[in-house]
Design a protein around this ligand. Structure first.
Ligand code: F6P
Length: 538
């Protein structure tokens, strides 16, 4: 019922002009929110006050607030895996007990954090040395999905805070990835972190074996183990791999892979920026948690970000959304959010196993500005479909001597949002062509190519500067946005059964590709492709 009403409201809004909405006194102020360091403006959308009321009533009717409290208090809301969802406990630095089945998880969380800090501090100071007595100059994090994207994104985002060893990331099972990363490094001064919640992921285990062979070839098999650490919730398996338990940082099954950067999976980030800055990152996440739990829906940043998303996707039917950080160091954020949003909310049945009540997760994509402007913005401005754009930009960069470039960056970001909204009419395009000396049929023809339909929605997230504390707020904001969207749709945002089938089939196909098994059970198309590949491999 509610979702149909939302679609009807969005249908009625289709002819509405964003510029008309913004002409009303107070629209910009009424359709924006501040929370901590973040400011979010969603006034450049077709959502009117009545639509927002409808969204808020849908929010209230779907029991999100109760589910939120259930999540924070350790209930097993991930029902298909029978797990609690408590990544928030990893940043609950001084927030009191969090109970799972009656037991407080916080002592364990804080003890692991303290162990990570001792390890990071000792490695960064040179107290922990290589078996040869030298310093570890380089860290290679081997992991994939949530065991890669979070730390890789955050390490890049916080480059100005790096004062530790250099960090590198290997994820793809394509041997080219591990080859290219290891190729430039000295095994004798490299620490390999094997990051895998399950410690069974084929890509990670294969790359870890390759790295072990690479290290052993230089320092000898007996010393290779001293070049490894592990981040996992499968501590028995890390021991079987031969990693010293003192270098294993465990976490519980209530930390989902794509929500795990806040704990041991963030070790590479902690090594790069130091324990203190890592704590600032955690504090940013914790500040957003507090806001999310306390603020009324209309003043609640994750809630309003989610409702804007639902307006565009479930209401207006725009199938994708672009995340456009005007911050080069957030280059991996769109990829990170792809996993966060699409692995969480790309589901087709509700918690109870019924068909989802509306279309679920939108397709999330993006690139940093201004690069995207010179690539895909053409389609955003003049394509036939509408892509809601989520811009983000910082007031300041980190380099005072380049402040003029930052001003240009901000101007570009604002200009794009403005151009999407205002567009250019046929009349204006004709005038341009007239000024260029065209006339008649040629003027008409050329003018049409220069029309921008406008009325294309965007939101803007503004922050002072990309510090660890601010990054923590941004990531937690998006996590909670995913939670709200998923909870309103009644789906389980915390399982990922959709990734399993391909893994099973890959295991069956591998021996066939290797020529060790007959392809009989495969379909003719796949058999034909394998035969071609085998011929081409020689
Ligand atoms: O295959 C998907 C997935 O399970 C993700 O959810 C997870 O982040 C990734 O693989 C890596 O898993 P692991 O940390 O267990 O190696």
């Amino acid at each position: 019922m509610g979702w149909n009403a939302l679609k009807a409201a969005a249908g009625a809004a289709a002819g509405r002009k964003i510029t008309d909405l913004l002409a009303a006194e107070g629209r910009a102020e009424a359709f924006s929110i501040s929370a901590g360091d973040l400011f979010f403006d969603y006034s450049k959308t077709t959502m009117a006050a009545g639509d927002r009321d409808l969204l808020l009533s849908l929010y209230a009717a779907t029991g999100v607030a109760e589910r939120r409290e259930a999540m924070f208090s350790g209930a097993r809301i991930n029902e298909t895996e029978d797990r609690a969802v408590l990544h928030t406990a990893l940043r609950n630095l001084d927030g009191g007990p969090v109970l799972v089945d009656g037991a407080d998880v916080m002592p364990g969380v804080l003890e692991t954090l303290a162990r990570m800090e001792r390890f990071a501090a000792a490695l960064r100071s040179g107290e922990i040395t290589t078996p040869g007595g030298g310093r570890f100059t380089d860290i290679v994090n081997i992991g994939i999905g949530g065991s890669d994207l979070g730390p890789a994104m955050a390490v890049q985002a916080l480059a100005p805070y790096h004062d530790g060893p250099r960090c590198h990331f290997v994820s793809n099972v394509d041997g080219a990835h591990v080859y290219d990363v290891l190729n430039g490094l000295n095994p004798a001064s490299t620490l390999v972190i094997v990051a895998s919640k399950t410690f069974t992921t084929i890509e990670t285990m294969t790359n870890a074996e390759t790295a072990r062979t690479w290290i052993a070839a230089k320092v000898g098999a007996d010393h290779a183990g001293a070049h490894f650490a592990a981040l996992s919730s499968a501590v028995d398996k890390t021991a079987a791999f031969g990693i010293d338990p003192a270098r294993v940082f465990g976490f519980e099954d209530w930390v989902g892979g794509r929500y795990s950067v806040w704990g041991p999976i963030g070790l590479s980030l902690m090594l790069a920026i130091g324990p203190e800055a890592f704590r600032a990152f955690l504090r940013g996440g914790q500040a957003m948690d507090r806001h999310f739990r306390a603020a009324e829906p209309l003043e609640n940043l994750p809630v309003m970000l989610a409702l804007t998303g639902l307006w565009h996707h479930q209401g207006c039917g725009h199938p994708t959304r672009a995340v456009l950080p005007y911050e080069q160091r957030l280059a991996r954020l769109p990829a990170y959010l792809q996993q966060l949003e699409m692995e969480s909310n790309g589901k087709r049945v509700t918690m109870g196993g019924e068909d989802a009540p509306a279309v679920t997760g939108p397709i999330v994509w993006g690139e940093p500005g201004t690069n995207g402007q010179h690539a895909f913005y053409q389609l955003i401005h003049q394509g036939t479909g509408v892509v809601p754009c989520e811009f983000m930009v910082g007031a300041e960069g980190h380099h005072a001597e380049l402040a003029h470039q930052h001003t240009l960056l901000i101007a570009n970001c604002l200009a794009q949002a403005e151009a999407l909204m205002v567009g250019r009419s046929l009349e204006e395009a004709r005038a341009l062509m007239r000024d260029a000396g065209l006339e008649g049929a040629e003027l008409e023809r050329q003018a049409r190519h220069r029309v921008f339909p406008g009325n294309r929605p965007s939101t803007m997230l503004v922050y002072p500067k990309l510090t660890p504390f601010v990054l923590g707020q941004i990531i937690a904001l998006y996590e909670h946005r995913v939670f709200v969207e998923g909870a309103m749709l009644g789906i389980n945002s915390y399982d990922q059964w959709g990734v399993e089938l391909g893994k099973v089939l890959a295991k069956r196909i591998e021996p066939i590709v290797a020529g060790d098994a007959a392809p009989d059970a495969l379909d003719p198309s796949t058999r034909q492709i394998i035969a071609t590949l085998q011929r081409q491999r020689g």
